[in-house]
Design a protein. Structure first.
Length: 165
């Protein structure tokens, strides 16, 4: 089990677009396992590779109540998003101690490459839909608080800085 440190905000990797993955290698599989271990240690429901300093379009999510059902995604892209929105409290280990309610589509259809290298299209609903959208934002160099108004975003960042001392 390898738990990797999450980069502190405002590290440049958190604002960088991750690079496409051309194939699934043994290194990819090891990185995914480290990401799952890191996600479980937080505990969280998702993690993107750039959160731990790796600029590859890799993410993991696990919204199951029993855990141990992580989905490994390479190059995830949203094909369809529901019109219905769901509000959820979102946070990030990169900016600990703060969170915000964010509205996102309740369901999304995502295309990604799985651990076997196969292209998969899958529907995600509820917490998993929220998490996969959150992780894709990370892979695009965006943070959840970018969805807030400037005033709310600035308040959240000030609070986080105060908490970190």
């Amino acid at each position: 089990m390898t738990v990797r440190p999450c980069l502190p905000w405002p590290d440049k990797y958190l604002r960088s677009r991750a690079e496409e993955v051309s194939e699934i290698t043994d290194e990819t599989l090891t990185l995914w396992q480290d990401m799952i271990d890191t996600m479980e240690a937080m505990p969280g429901v998702g993690l993107a590779a750039n959160q731990i300093g790796v600029l590859q379009r890799l993410a993991v999510i696990d919204g199951s109540s029993e855990r141990g059902r992580a989905v490994r995604l390479a190059n995830p892209e949203i094909l369809h998003a529901s019109v219905a929105l769901r509000e959820h409290e979102e946070a990030s280990p990169n900016l600990p101690g703060v969170s915000a309610k964010i509205k996102r589509p309740r369901a999304v259809t995502v295309r990604y490459m799985d651990e076997t290298g196969a292209t998969v299209e899958r529907d995600f609903v509820g917490i998993e839909a929220t998490s996969v959208q959150h992780q894709i934002d990370h892979l695009n160099g965006k943070m959840y608080f970018d969805k807030l108004s400037k005033v709310k975003r600035d308040m959240l960042i000030r609070k986080a800085k105060k908490l970190s001392g």
